[in-house]
Write a protein that binds this ligand. Structure first.
Ligand code: HAM
Length: 508
């Protein structure tokens, strides 16, 4: 990402900061990598994201290289022991068992090594045999069997991290709900194409609220629905402020653990009847995750999917009531939506409300935002029962769509190009640049004098809006020449008035 496109990225992020701020959200900055286990548990081991797309590697103590380059095995083994004692190597059960074996074998190895020098005849042969066996066994333990570090992954998304932070930082003790937003790179090993990258950027937000003990779940349906609707309203307010075009919101409810489980079984039974007509991906999903069959874009499967049972007809009373209330709340906020019963989302933590937003000019990768409710995720990660709802916007796609509609509004390269000629003019030009920069203008000051024709050509190329022309006449009279580059119009302005003049011009 390069300038001037980065100006647009900054404007988008700044607008998010402002709009989300008006809804009471504060910024959280989670780490770029986390234990693999966190994502596996939160997003789900069977999902594409976790099973195929994560960038995962084994962490290890700083002084233990991956290979034993430059080490002989016993020395490497000694380092493993030291690192284990320092707790740099995880004290998992298999590692705890291995460390005893390692210590015993290393002691014996050192004894054999010492006695080998003095040994003769058959004793030498026996000791040498043992030396070789122990050496191989030690190598096996330290290079193959020991898990030298935890598995860590580059984050494929940030909801899991935000929930982890909520637990670790005791945010349940803060006034509830806790409203957080974030922006930054995410990583998924997907097949790259327009709008789909292996390092992409998200702008997301989460609302987390601990459930007080003994709360009647039915009682809060109205409240939860209002929170869902406000979160959706916030994304749309952000998009409206950016001037994003062709924005379409789709919503669905995928029920809760109980009614969804029953629906999934029903769906699986129906899918099994037509399994032979499905493509290989869907055939596999009938077993692993039948809901994801509804996501299929295969032409040949559309007719079959249209005839499948719909979740809306199988929601339990509470889920149905909440879904109806979300729609009512969206209506009160003037938010237009379409219902899409096939909107199931590709992450396991969702329940009840799910939604996606598409925008203009994005081709097949047209989801610019996805989100939903995930009550129970914090508890799954070891916290107290907590409700959650949030979304993430694909920033790359948002930028593509804005550019497509030429709403990029990429700020031009410079406000003012200071064209100067003559030694005296240089001092004035430097002073003028200092004054204009202090007032916040983006100023280009050439390091050496240039003929005015050449200077104006360069100002044009840089996309400057004004040229401030400082030659002998201007220095002598104190009347500076300002040229509007788009129209070619020229005026004289005094040194005192230059800032005020340009501010007035630029604000118009
Ligand atoms: P997601 O649907 O996986 O949801 O991603 C959200 C958005 O990120 C997508 O709609 C898309 O715009 C963008 N995105 C995803 N993958 C890529 C990619 N490879 N290249 C470019 N853009 C991409 C989540 O990540 C959830 N954590 C959202 C959420 C937050 N739900 C609740 N809270």
């Amino acid at each position: 990402m390069l300038p001037p496109e980065t100006d647009l990225w900054n404007r988008v992020e700044q607008t998010a900061r402002e709009v989300f701020g008006t809804f009471g959200f504060g910024e959280i900055r989670p780490p770029i990598f986390e234990p693999t286990e966190l994502f596996a548990r939160a997003v789900g081991g069977e999902t594409d994201i976790v099973s195929k797309e994560m960038y995962t590697f084994q962490d290890r103590p700083a002084d233990l290289p991956e290979q034993h380059k430059g080490f002989v095995v016993p020395e490497y083994a000694r380092r493993v022991i030291v690192n284990f004692d320092r707790r740099e190597i995880p004290h998992t059960e298999p590692n705890q068992n291995l460390i005893h074996e390692l210590k015993e074998k290393l002691d014996r190895f050192e004894w054999v090594d010492k006695n080998l020098k003095a040994a003769k005849g058959s004793e030498l042969v026996a000791l040498f045999g043992e030396y070789e066996t122990l050496y191989t066994e030690l190598a096996q333990i330290v290079f193959v069997k020991f898990a030298l570090g935890d598995l860590v992954s580059l984050r494929p998304e940030a909801t899991a991290s935000v929930c982890r932070a909520y637990i670790e930082h005791g945010m349940h003790a803060l006034p509830q709900p806790v409203k957080l937003w974030y922006t930054g790179p995410m990583f998924r090993r997907e097949r790259p194409q327009k709008g789909r990258y292996r390092q992409f950027y998200q702008i997301g937000a989460e609302v987390l609220e601990m459930v007080p003990p003994n709360q009647d779940p039915a009682k809060n349906i109205g409240k939860d629905a209002a929170v869902d609707a406000e979160v959706i309203e916030m994304v749309l307010a952000f998009f409206a402020k950016l001037g994003l075009e062709g924005v379409k919101l789709e919503i669905n409810s995928i029920g809760d653990r109980e009614c969804r489980t029953k629906y999934v079984e029903l769906l699986r039974a129906e899918l099994l009847k037509v399994k032979h007509k499905l493509g290989p991906d869907s055939q596999r999903r009938v077993e692993t995750n039948p809901l994801r069959v509804l996501d299929s874009k295969l032409d040949s499967e559309q007719g079959i999917i249209a005839g499948l049972p719909k979740i809306a007809d199988h929601l339990c009373a509470n889920c149905a009531a909440q879904y109806a209330e979300v729609k009512r709340q969206l209506g009160m906020r003037g938010v237009a939506y379409a219902e899409n019963w096939r909107l199931v989302r590709g992450l396991d933590y969702y329940m009840r409300t799910t939604f996606e937003i598409t925008a203009l000019g994005l081709g097949s990768q047209n989801a610019v935002c996805g989100g939903g409710r995930y009550d129970g995720l914090v508890e799954l990660l070891g916290g107290q029962p907590t409700k959650g709802i949030g979304f993430a916007i694909g920033e790359d796609r948002l930028i593509l769509s804005l550019q497509e509609a030429s709403k990029g509004g990429v700020a031009q390269g410079r406000d003012v190009f200071v064209a100067w000629m003559g030694e005296k003019a240089q001092a004035t030009a430097i002073a003028a640049a200092q004054k204009l920069r202090a007032a916040g203008f983006r100023v280009e000051l050439p390091p050496v004098e240039q003929k005015f024709g050449k200077a104006l050509g360069q100002a044009d190329k840089l996309g400057a809006r004004y040229a401030l022309i400082l030659g002998d006449d201007e220095i002598a009279t104190g009347q500076w020449t300002v040229k509007t580059l788009a129209s070619g119009e020229q005026r004289t302005v005094t040194a005192e008035d230059i800032v005020k003049f340009l501010q007035g011009e630029i604000e118009q």
